[in-house]
Structures are given as C-alpha cells and as structure tokens.
Design a protein around this ligand. Structure first.
Ligand SMILES: Cc1cc2nc3c(=O)[nH]c(=O)nc-3n(C[C@H](O)[C@H](O)[C@H](O)COP(=O)(O)OP(=O)(O)OC[C@H]3O[C@@H](n4cnc5c(N)ncnc54)[C@H](O)[C@@H]3O)c2cc1C
Ligand code: SF4
Length: 826
C-alpha cells in the first residue's frame, strides 16, 4: 500500500521537493497531499520582480499550474493553511477544519516579510494599514500594481517610499517606477545592498540607481508612517520627512516557523534540520527551503533549496540514503534592467592572506571586486559590466583553481578559453541557480533535439530566472551541439514540440493523412516524443483542418476544453448558457433561475459579453447543471469563436440603421464553437454610435448610412487596446457573414498558436488581408469559404456529452480544490 506523504507549503521548495520525489518514482510510493495557503499552483517567486515591472505577466511565471497536480495525482489544498501538526498521532490540522494523516511530512513554509517596528504601520485593529505593502507573494504584487495604476487618486502625489535598499527593495523601486510613480528608497545601512557588497561598490551602485531617477536615502531609519485617513508620508530619524501615498516594506524576511513552534518541533532561527533535511529528533518529518536552519545557516535564495530538495527526495524515497546536504554557496543578481549587479560570497578580504583584486571606474558605473583564498574564488562583486559573471559564478560554485593571470578573471584577455571552461564543467555543475538546472540537464536537452539556446531554455527552464546565466547557457548549448548555435528555428514552430512552421505542419498532416494529435507526435516529433505544451495547439489546428474527420483525444485538451466550462481561480467552473446575440426569453430566464436555485449557484453574474454566468459549479455537478438547463453551451471557455455582442439596433433604437441584433444572432448561430488559434469575440452595432463596442472586437460590424455595413478586424479592448482596421464596407448582411467567415478561416489557417487578431492583423498587414479576402489575390477565397462551411457543418453541442462522458473521469472531481476564501459569495 502507498504511504501518505503530506507537504505543508506549496512554494518553490515544496513544489521542487515533490518534483524531485516524483522523478525518483514517488508516484508509485506515495499518495501525495499538499497544502499551500496561497490560492495558486506553484509559481516562480523570483519572477515577481519582473511581474511588478510589467516585463512578465503573472500567468507566465507558473512552474506548476493547477492541472499539473491533477495530472500527477496530487491532492492540492490551495488556499488552505495548516495550523498544527500532531507528531504523535501523525496528523496535520488545517485552518478549514481538514485533518489529514501522514506517514511522511515535509514542511516547506518559506518566509514572510519582516515589518520593522514604526509608528502608524498598523490600524487599531492590528492589520497592516491601507497603502502599506510587502513584496512576497503574487497577491502582494497584484495589489501593488493595482494601487500604482488605479489606487492613487488625482489629488495624490504619485509618490512611493520603499523601505529597504537591498535586492528586493531596488527591484520593487524600479518596478513601481515603471508604473509612473516617483520613487524614493530609504535604507538603514550606510550603502545600498550592504549585505552583498562593500561601501565602494555601494557608492557606485547608488549613482546608477539615482541616474534612473530613483532617490536614495542611506543611513536613514523610518520611524513612522504619516497621515490619518490616508498615507501622506514617512518620518525619518534625524532627517526631514518624505512625502508619499504608498509605502513598500522590503526590510528583510523571517522564516515561517509558527506551525513548527506550536507543534513542538525544534526551532531556532528556522526549523532545525540535519544533513538529510530531517527535522531534529523526528523520524518522519522533513523540512526544506527558507523555513529551514541547517548547520546554523538560514538561506534567502533559491539555489540552496534545489540542492536541499534533491537530498530530501533521496531520503524520503529511499533511493539514496547516503545522500547529504552540506550547505550552499550563494550568488545573487539584481534584476533591474540597465543596472548590472552580481554578487557572490565575500565582498571583501577577511584574512591577511586573502587576495583582493579591485577594479573601479566610477564615471562609467563599473566596479569589480574578487576575493581569492588558497587560489580559489571565495567572493566577487560585479557592477556595470557582467560579461564575466557566468564564468565567475562557476569558478565560485566549483571552487576551481584560478588562472595565474588574475586580470583575466575580470576581463576577456583570451584566457581562460570559455569553451575550455565549459567542457571542463562536471555534468552535475549547476548552470542556472534560479531554476536549479545543471550542465547535464542542458546537454541532455541538446541531445534530445534542442539545438538553439531558446529551445534548450524552454526545455529546462535554464536562464528563465534572473538571467545572469544566459551566457553560460549559450556556451553549454554551443559546446554540446558541437559548434555554432543554430538560429532559433523554434521561433517559427507552430507548437514547441514539432519542428515545423504552421504551413509545413499543415502540409505534412495532409500528406500523411494524420488524424489525431498522437499520430502527429508519432510521425513528426523528434523521437516521436509527446510534448504536453504542444497538445492544445495541435488539437485546435487539426480540428480546424479536419472538422468531423478529426479523432479527438481528451488528453490533448486543456481542462476547459475537456469539461466545456471555464475553470475559475477556486477550481470550480462557470457555466454560461447560450444566448445568441445576448437575447434571451422568459422561459430561458426562468430555467436559469430554477437551476441556479436548485444547485445553490453561489454567484450569478452578467458578463461583459451580455451573457449570464453561473459561477462556482463543482466539476462533478456540471453534467446535471447542463441537463437541468437543457440549453446549448454558450462558449465562454475555449480557444474558439465565443459570442457576438449586439446593441438594440433599428427595431427599438431611435438611431439604429441596421438590424444589429438579427445579424449578431445570425453570426453567432453560424460560427458557434468554431476552433481558432485564440479566442474570437465579435460585435455588431446598429449605427456608428457603436453601443456594442464593435471597433475593439476581433471582428466588429457597424451599420452605416444607406443600410450598409462596415466590417472591422483586429480590434481589442483587453490587456491590449487596439481599434480594428476597416476590412470592407458592404451592402448586405449576407456579405458580412461571408466575409467574416472568410477572414476567420484565413486567420485560423495563418495565425500563430494563441496569436489574437490584434497581433495577427498588423503582422500580416490590412492591405494584404484585404487583397486576399476581397480581391482573391491568392485564388483561395472559394476554398476558405468551403473550409469554413465544413467546420460549420460539423458542429456538435459539447454539452451533449453530459449524458455520455467520453472518459469515466471527465466529470469526476479530481482537482482537489475546495471553495477558497478568496472567492466572495455575494
Ligand atoms: C520578489 C522576489 C524576488 C526574488 N528574487 C530572487 C532572486 O533573484 N534569486 C533568488 O535566488 N531568490 C530570489 N527570491 C527568493 C526566493 O523566491 C525564495 O528563496 C524562494 O521562494 C523560497 O522558497 P520556499 O519554498 O522556501 O518559500 P516560498 O516560496 O515562500 O513558499 C512557501 C509557501 O508556503 C506557504 N505557507 C506558509 N505557511 C504555511 C502554512 N502554515 N500552511 C500552508 N502553507 C503555508 C506560503 O504561503 C508559501 O506559498 C526572491 C523573492 C521575492 C519575493
Ligand atoms: S449603436 Fe446605434 S443603433 Fe445601436 S443602440 Fe447604439 S445608438 Fe442605437
């Protein structure tokens, strides 16, 4: 029988420990349950700095999203905090009342932000005051962005004070500056990043930061946050007050040890573990990550947790009981665009015999310092010129002997040869510290077919953290591929796992008569290897190409497409009954109300697309909800044609010149469920007043004088805003329908996977699209129309699967998700 493995904490260490356990056959050994008090899967916390600055979206930083847990049979209680462990009866007690028994327990609760004492930081009820932020979680980041973008009212100053001038503070400062805020950093140390560098480097860093327009106050302690209703500034000891409306505290972290303390485990600065990552005096309890104290050290970076997770997994699975963790050497890099800072180990000599090599060029913002002991590098600081950082990081990590000519450590003098140094690296040498990727993993990726840098980076996640290892990653890929790195062909692949652009992929599928996603992998993927990230794109493409001849395989679909509903942040689904053109009837409304009452739907919401959204439906109840509704699917979930928003139009509106509602219903009926590279949202307005917002839709239609219609394409009003381009002005609604279908088919055949029309139309060019769609310049218009017709004819209402699930688990609750406190029931 499988043992029960419970993990408390679903952050970077908890996630990695479980990945390592699975890699050692853990799925056969354990029933795994994870608790994480954040309501998400596991994400790369490092990248929050990039999310704050807008370089990445939060969706891009997930290491394991919610379906990953389901796919690996892991029960995840996301958004559930564990309060207590009973180590004698081996149970954990969660805040939601859940009690789970374990045979093995892993604690990976990480750290929390430290709030130094100062007046005015808490409300009288003890919560942190509105306008004061910490920078630790995705929610913290989202709140800061929201405040920076919307929260600061016109009468406010648009000023923020960041308390703490370490790595995190500088990254927060730069991120908030990107939102147009006026930023000041207050640091109690004598110079910025005082934990990572000496005063000389700190002085040069200060100039570089000030040159970005960020004010710096060093040697300053914040004593109070000022203002009564809202924040107006901060008070500093011995210095004038600073005005601001927002305060971000990045003054250090403290390990999250509460659960260990109340449960009677050994805790000092962190949870005390031995070299096996076993909690002191406990047999079955392990701990990993920032909550851990090992040989007196507590770490605040990711590199140690990769090493710890591997050792822990060796022991829990019994794969290698001799495996030991002896501590980590840490290196950091500041993730602030335009300011290169890398630091590792010591920032100055500690013994008389230590060699200290320093190069300083303040006018260019360049400073380099290297500390050498017994011919090994024990520390380095690089500012303003990070060309040697990859080489130095390796020299530091490996403790390798250094060249006699010390200058070559700082500058490229032709020695030591980079290629030689890459070849010399052991396979186990970690190249990417942020994501824990070794040289061996990169080499295997190259041998597995990744011959470009970005393909190898995608396959291994190397280089996707702070980015300081990109040079080394390039060198390893070059070396492993035996010469020059290929131009990145992957950039043109339609899906990452099949090395073909879209046109060639479609031609191969046709020529070989392939009909399912697995057939495509078998025939066209390197080594016939299936690639999970490619499945959705392939499934969509093949359905578009083959319509009724496509052989559907459920594992090729994203969860939304598997169960025909939109997964929500708490793991429940939303159900949107079809209401073509946004028109409904008394009978429909009554039925929806009855179903909502019967199934105790927690939230009924009108969507931005004029539909009724029933939110909070558990997966296993979907078929019954659909059966009770007895209405077709309203398509709110897939990469497909969704809805047509309409205005009232000429029947009722005084201004209307066209029957927008009728045309909208016609379009929605015709194109329902059509698959596309990305979602398609349409609208029809009855006159140029545009009440249906047609100009910002993928296809928008506007009635104009004389009973004519204008067709706009490539508009957007979501994350991107774009006014659509005028495709044509036509006389009849039939022409609108024909050209809409022809454009949609052209887009389906030529757009990249997940490329919305707002990117596709400008990429291909409106002139070219007009020539193809209107003038038939490529002689394909008739074929486009026919292909669209075939797709239209093969439409089947997906909700008809309610009576006959395609797989036994299709509607079984498998995502172990409970309704989370974050989803309010209004
Ligand atoms: C903005 C930012 C930038 C960073 N940049 C870098 C960088 O460039 N390089 C670098 O090496 N490191 C960086 N770090 C640090 C790095 O993110 C951490 O070292 C790493 O996340 C630690 O992993 P962990 O799993 O120990 O803790 P965490 O990732 O914090 O995970 C712990 C999880 O446990 C949960 N939890 C806590 N208590 C409980 C409980 N009782 N029950 C259930 N769940 C619980 C927490 O909510 C959290 O989700 C950065 C951190 C931040 C915030
Ligand atoms: S777009 Fe014109 S026709 Fe439609 S509701 Fe608005 S004003 Fe009336």
């Amino acid at each position: 029988m499988k043992k029960r493995l419970v993990v408390i904490g679903n952050g970077m260490a908890g996630g990695r420990a479980v990945e390592e356990i699975l890699a050692r056959g853990g799925a056969d050994l354990f029933e795994i349950t994870m608790f994480g008090d954040e309501p998400y899967g596991n994400y790369n916390r490092i990248m929050l700095s990039h999310v704050l600055s807008g370089e990445e979206s939060d969706a891009d930083i997930f290491l394991n999203d919610l379906p990953w847990y389901q796919d690996n049979n892991i029960t995840l209680h996301a958004g559930v905090r564990v309060d207590r462990i009973d180590k004698f009866s081996r149970h954990v007690f969660a805040a939601d009342g859940r009690v789970v028994q374990y045979d093995y327990l892993i604690i990976a609760t990480g750290s929390r932000s430290f709030l130094p004492p100062m007046d005015g930081i808490y409300t009288p009820s003890g919560t942190v005051r509105h306008g004061v932020f910490t920078f630790r979680t995705m929610d913290d980041t989202r709140r800061m962005i929201q405040c920076a973008q919307h929260g600061l009212q016109h009468d406010q100053q648009g000023k923020v004070v960041v308390i703490g001038g370490g790595l995190l503070g500088l990254e927060a400062a730069r991120g908030l500056q990107a939102h147009g805020l006026d930023v000041a950093v207050v640091h109690s140390g004598s110079h910025l990043m005082s934990a990572q560098m000496g005063p000389d480097g700190g002085a040069i860093l200060r100039r570089s930061i000030e040159a970005l327009g960020i004010a710096v106050h060093t040697g300053s302690r914040t004593t109070a946050i000022l203002g009564s209703d809202r924040i107006t500034g901060v008070a500093l000891r011995d210095q004038p007050n600073l005005d601001c409306d927002m305060v971000v505290v990045t003054a250090g972290i403290r390990p999250n040890v509460d659960v260990a303390v109340v449960s009677g485990l050994a805790v000092e600065r962190g949870i005390v573990v031995d070299d096996h990552l076993r909690v002191m005096d406990e047999e079955e309890i392990f701990a990993v990550g920032e909550c851990v104290q090992h040989r007196g050290e507590v770490y605040g970076l990711v590199a140690p947790l990769w090493e710890q997770a591997a050792v822990l997994a060796d022991h829990v699975t019994g794969v290698d009981r001799s495996s030991i963790y002896l501590g980590s050497r840490t290196a950091t890099k500041l993730k602030v665009a335009g300011v290169d800072v890398a630091s590792m180990g010591l920032h100055g000599p500690e013994r008389d015999s230590d060699e200290h090599i320093v190069f300083s060029e303040p006018s260019r913002g360049v400073y380099k310092s290297i500390v050498i002991r017994d011919n090994k590098m024990v520390g380095a600081t690089l500012l303003g010129d990070s060309r040697k950082v990859a080489y130095l990081t390796q020299a530091f990590d490996q403790g390798r002997p250094l060249p006699q000519e010390r200058l070559s450590l700082m500058f490229d003098l032709g020695s030591p040869g980079e290629e030689e140094s890459v070849a010399e690296l052991a396979d186990s040498a970690q190249v990417c510290n942020c994501n824990g990727v070794s040289k061996g993993a990169l080499v295997s990726a190259v041998h597995g077919g990744c011959t470009s840098v970005s393909a190898a980076m995608d396959a291994t996640r190397a280089g996707k953290g702070c980015g300081s290892c990109k040079l080394m990653v390039t060198q390893v890929v070059e070396w492993a591929s035996g010469g020059a790195v290929e131009e990145d062909p992957a950039a043109t692949y339609y899906v990452p796992g099949i090395p073909l652009d879209k046109a060639s992929l479609m031609a191969e599928i046709r020529a070989r008569g392939l009909r399912s996603v697995s057939e495509v992998f078998a025939a066209l993927a390197p080594g016939s290897a299936e690639d999970a990230k490619s499945k959705m794109g392939l499934a969509s493409l093949m359905k578009m190409m083959l319509a009724g001849d496509y052989v559907d395989e459920r594992d090729a679909r994203f969860i939304n497409d598997r169960v025909h509903a939109n997964i929500q942040r708490d793991g429940t689904f939303s159900v949107i009954p079809q209401m073509k053109g946004g028109v409904t009837s008394v009978q429909q409304l009554r039925r929806i109300a009855d179903v909502a009452e019967k199934h105790k739907i927690p939230l009924i919401k009108l969507t931005g697309g004029q539909r009724i959204d029933l939110l909070g439906v558990p997966k296993e109840e979907l078929p019954q909800v659909w059966a009770d509704l007895d209405m077709p699917s309203g398509y709110a979930y897939g990469k497909s044609f969704r809805t047509v928003k309409t205005c009232v139009g000429k029947d009722y509106c005084r201004f209307g010149t066209g029957d927008s509602t009728g045309l909208g219903i016609g379009l929605e009926s015709r194109f329902q469920g059509i698959e596309a590279p990305a979602k398609l949202k349409l609208a029809v307005s009855g006159c140029p007043r545009n009440c249906a917002e047609s100009l910002v839709k993928d296809v928008g239609v506007v009635a104009v004088e004389g009973g004519r219609w204008e067709i706009y394409i490539g508009g957007a009003a979501g994350a991107h805003i774009r006014k659509g381009d005028l495709l044509a002005t036509v006389d009849t609604s039939e022409e609108v329908t024909l050209l809409t279908g022809r454009f949609m088919q052209y887009y389906r055949e030529n757009a990249n996977w997940l490329e919305r029309t707002y990117a596709f139309v400008p990429r291909v060019g409106i002139e070219h699209i007009r020539s193809v769609i209107l003038d038939d310049s490529e002689g394909i218009a008739a074929r486009l129309d026919a292909s669209m017709q075939t797709s239209v004819d093969s439409y089947v209402d997906p909700w008809s699967e309610r009576d006959d699930p395609l797989t036994p688990g299709q509607f079984r609750t498998s995502l172990p998700l409970t309704v989370l406190p974050q989803v309010p029931v209004r």
